[in-house]
Design a protein around this ligand. Structure first.
Ligand SMILES: *Cc1c(COP(=O)(O)O)cnc(C)c1O
Length: 376
């Protein structure tokens, strides 16, 4: 491994943010407190004034959104097989059944044309995922959901900073009955190390969301309390919120830099390499990841090892989730979703993060070309 190893991602955390974390640590109050409230207010402003509540993970926001939407045993929820497994796990967690729909090979997101045929009387919600930061078509999505009476829980873990037709992801689309879930995991475009946020629709009570976030506890001014629902332990700390508050003012610059770097990949990658490139969208996508598909027949494991030997980190996001043992045991199997399976087997995540230099892209592209010719 070369000494100047280039990872596939790395967070950009400035000195002012590191100092702000130090201030929280010295303050005497390090769990949920004023920094979480300030972070929620800043996120709400970003999301056009919609109510936002902070969580300790994106996964927790998805689970709580399902509970707030009234999804439980006997219900089905529609989502994509090509996502981080958390998206489908939360459906199982609340006792419901995931209905998977194959992806559109162009966008690699859920194929909107196939959703309506999969809706039954038990279908309560749809969880679309903006894979790699490329948004699902919000106009078509909400037209369908509003017409069919389905709740939308946008899994926008990867798409903070992205937009749809000039409006930021996180804002209200359709009739405004959608939830939006963000993740602030270390690898996401904005991080709190671990964390998440849930944007609430108008007809959902933020106080109930807060109770589901923390043990169902309702507190009274006289110090008394009651517990009227079963809540989890999903609150964000002020330490994490201080990181988020330091990141948010940089989000637009992060997104702009990611778009520049993605453009550079398109310019630098030789079409003769036989890669299938992602959709070239520089308006909507936040370029959370740059993911070419390897030529069919390339041994991805050997490719990744050979790139690592050249000092380049390559990730895999993600194998189609229905082929994991847990999902096979539920009855899913090979051949169920051919597009997701093909992409899941061939996808690679190349380095892309705001602090990368232009020259790093050229370095990745020459290592990639050399590796493909070695493996051919
Ligand atoms: C990261 C991610 C999640 C889960 O977020 P965590 O903060 O890690 O719990 C869910 N869905 C997608 C698509 C993700 O990328």
């Amino acid at each position: 491994m070369s000494s100047d190893f280039l990872p596939f991602t790395r967070p950009s955390i400035d000195e002012a943010t590191i100092a702000a974390v130090g201030d929280v640590l010295r303050s005497g109050w390090i769990t949920s407190g004023p920094k979480v409230q300030a972070f929620e207010a800043a996120l709400s402003t970003y999301c056009g004034g919609r109510p936002v509540r902070a969580f300790n993970s994106g996964t927790a926001t998805l689970e709580v959104a399902l509970r707030l939407a009234g999804v439980g045993a006997g219900d089905t929820v529609i989502t994509t097989p090509l996502t981080w497994v958390a998206t489908a796990n939360v459906i199982l967690e609340v006792g419901a059944t995931p209905i998977l729909i194959d992806v559109d090979p162009l966008t690699r997101n859920i194929d909107l044309d196939r959703i309506e045929a999969a809706i039954t009387a038990s279908t309560k919600a749809i969880i679309p995922v903006d894979l790699a930061g490329l948004p699902v078509d919000r106009d078509r999505l909400y037209a369908l959901a509003d017409r069919c009476g389905l709740r939308v829980i946008e899994d926008a873990a990867q798409s903070l900073g992205a937009s749809w037709n000039g409006r930021p992801i996180g804002g209200a689309f359709g009739q405004g009955r959608g939830f939006v879930s963000f993740s602030f995991h270390a690898n996401k475009n904005l991080t709190t190390s671990e964390g998440g946020a849930l944007v609430l629709p108008e007809d959902i009570d933020p106080a109930l969301c807060e109770r589901l976030r923390l043990q169902g506890v309702k507190r009274f001014p006289d110090g008394g309390m009651d517990v009227d629902v079963l809540g989890g332990k999903f609150n964000l700390t002020d330490i994490a919120a201080a990181i988020g508050l330091g990141q948010l003012p940089n989000l637009a610059a992060f997104t702009a830099r990611r778009r520049e770097l993605a453009r550079r990949y398109f310019a630098a990658l030789d079409p003769k390499l036989g890669l299938d490139l992602p959709m070239a969208d520089f308006e909507n996508s936040n370029w959370h990841m740059f993911q070419p598909l390897l030529p069919r027949g390339t041994d991805r494991g050997r490719f990744i090892v050979a790139m690592k030997d050249k000092g380049i980190g390559v990730g895999v996001h993600y194998p189609a989730l229905h082929l994991f043992s847990l999902y096979r045991a539920l009855g899913f199997g090979e051949g169920d979703f051919p597009q997701a399976e093909d992409i899941g087997r061939r996808t690679i995540t190349l380095p892309l993060f705001p602090a990368m230099q232009d020259g790093d892209i050229d370095r990745v592209c020459s290592a990639l070309a050399a590796t493909l010719s070695e493996l051919a």
